[in-house]
Design a binder for this molecule. Sequence first.
Ligand code: AMX
Length: 467
Amino acid sequence: MKSFARNLYQQQNGQRYFSVALKKKVEHSIQEKQKVLNHFKKEHGNAKLGDVTVGQVIGGMRSMPGLLYETSKLHHLDGITYRGKDLYQVKEQSPKAPGGSEPLPEAALWLLLTGEFPSQSELQEFQTELFNRGQIPAEIEKLIKSFPKTMHPMTQLSMGVLACQPLSKFAKAYHDGIHKSKYWDPTFEDALDVCARVSRIAAIIFHNCYGDNNKIPTADPALDYGANFAKQLGFNDKTFWELMRLYIVIHADHEGGNVSAHATHLVGSTLADPYLSFSAGMNGLAGPLHGLANQECLKFLLDLQDKLGKTWTEDDIRQYVKDTLASGKVVPGYGHAVLRKTDPRFMCELNFADQFISKDDNLVNLVKACYRVIPNVLEATGKVSNPWPNVDAGSGALLMHYGLNQFDYYTVLFGVSRAFGVMAAQVWSRGLGLPIERPNSFTLEHLIKKVEHDHHIHHGHGHHGHK
Ligand code: AMX
């Protein structure tokens, strides 16, 4: 039942809607969590979570415990969970578009914020709300359209998000002197606005780079987020809409330590508003070892096809991968900093391909053949911690299948999706009052001296000497 009358929405300043229902849920669960956190911190603030090694300090803080991050958790074997639900459960339990099979991004956002999926009526209202929040003032659209076409789409995304920063409600509320216990409220408002707007920004960038930015399709209030995004890119194939829904959901969140989530959190920890912090996260996502890997990965597959034609064999692939390694390059789409088995997001992509894509798509078949061949080759190097494919090994081939072949745009799709995770997480970081980040750093000389000193004591030359 449509329910403006039930007062689930209120109008603010005569022009913007906000969801009282969702906000109340978030507020309630933040308050409950805050109590748990305060008690836990008081009782167990000095409990140890492990030791920090010199190797970790030098090695990019790999696996070092260091962040509180509520929305999702990565397990090295089980993969990612959103609020405790793995991706297969998310797919199964999520509300779908009418007649659809894939999870809806807006439902995933609700889940990340609250820990539950929305009811059908909550979902409908949330969809209307996100649609309304997605509008971008004409002068900002004009600014984004003026970016040079040759500028990398990720640079345009980061700048496009920054162009919207003057709309930040958090920045305004902070300037107006809001009490710190209320920070989460305008953060929540900005977080929803960023998620709603980012797909429009991304659509403008797409047309700016590859089409005619005077002819950008408009969003349709009757459609869901994923369908609307695809439509604004100019894609009207309903199966592609399903792919966009799945794509946005599976790329959304990946616990807190990955570069885009951590950069967003780090910058946000200064009380920089969600636009500033999300834009920082996007700059990290633009790196080739992180989000840019999906464009690199498709390039790898296409180069392979170019060189070997469409009649490649598994032996050809094996040799090609060995040559890649010998030339000092990584094999994109393989390996992971945390996972130690095939990325479940890759499995979701394969399942999608099996369900929707014909068996004679050469590129999709190449993805599958690589999955059979590459792990063994990487394993044989003896140094790769995880030889299995990550999410990027499959996504490009699926996008190509539907004709989205502008592969320097792929990371922008990832960025649209990542907004849902890192913005939901920022609401929670504010809600729990997490402080500014400030880890300790060392010069190499300090580290060497410290280790020598400890070694000295440990071997009985100091006053603590035993053994
Ligand atoms: N191809 C070749 N070598 C690889 C490799 C790959 N796919 N993955 C790891 N290695 C190498 C590393 O370069 C490193 O070599 P070095 O000791 O000579 O520097 C060694 O194996 C050990 O690295 P690791 O512990 O296995 O990986 P990591 O945690 O340091 O890095 C990652 C993880 C993802 C950056 C790395 O596996 C990689 O570069 N993969 C290819 C790029 C890629 O697919 N990135 C996407 C990640 C997901 C995402 O963010 N989208």
